[in-house]
Design a protein around this ligand. Sequence first.
Ligand SMILES: [Mn+2]
Length: 288
Amino acid sequence: MSVLTIGIYGALFVITPEYVRSLIEELMDILSKEKNVQDLNSNCTLFIGDIHGDYSSWSIIRRIIEEKNALTIFLGDYVDRGANSLEVITEIMEMKNSDPRKFILLRGNHETRDINEYYGFLWELRRKFPSSFATLYTMFNELFSQMPAVAVIDNIRVLCLHGGIPIQVKSVDDLRDLPKGQIDVDDPILLQILWNDPDDSIENYAPSPRGPGIYIFGRKIFENFMRNSELQYLIRGHTYLPEGFRYFFNRKLLSIFSPLNYVGSKVKGKIAMFCNDDLEVIDLLKHK
Ligand SMILES: [Mn+2]
């Protein structure tokens, strides 16, 4: 059983379970050696928000990545929601394997078994690989659990993660010993990095409507954490934004959202680039 897909150059290519398995094994070897907090240095960096299995968005993002030829940080949520999680994650794995230091794959809250069991990825694998989905699904989730949660670009003092600041944590140094692994209630810090959201209307923090153990964080939490960490900007994904981006906290936090189609809605998907001290939001619809 295999899946026939139209590639970005209009060519047909085939994804077989054996090929996916080989990509996962190669990437597992790379990710298992990466620390949970990635320290990086780069004058130009691309930031990619949630893609959520939307191939129409990914084909544009991929072309921009190839054009810019810069360090690229994915902020997580590659899978679920859209119809092409398998194709998207397969091509991102190919990219990462081809040049592991140029592409950083951070973990999103959908890169967890508790979530991707219910929001499309498991169902998609079952449909596309009816005889081998179970093994691949397990392998994918072991791979996801080895994705780092945080990246810091030291020279420009930019922090990257999927969700937000965990409320009990004072600085990024306190995250350096945080283990990777499965998310559970015993691991509230990793859970919050993947799930929390910023909120301009509060100072401290409040329970999140997303569920128990998850918080929205306000200006004071953000500013204290950033000051203690000697960091300037936070770039993150996670929040559904129809315009594809939004600034919080005096433009020190940039939230980006990168699909063009999201559960039946059209999104003005954006990615971002930080180059020579300039933070630019890139409109995917202008690169169609
Ligand atoms: Mn998310």
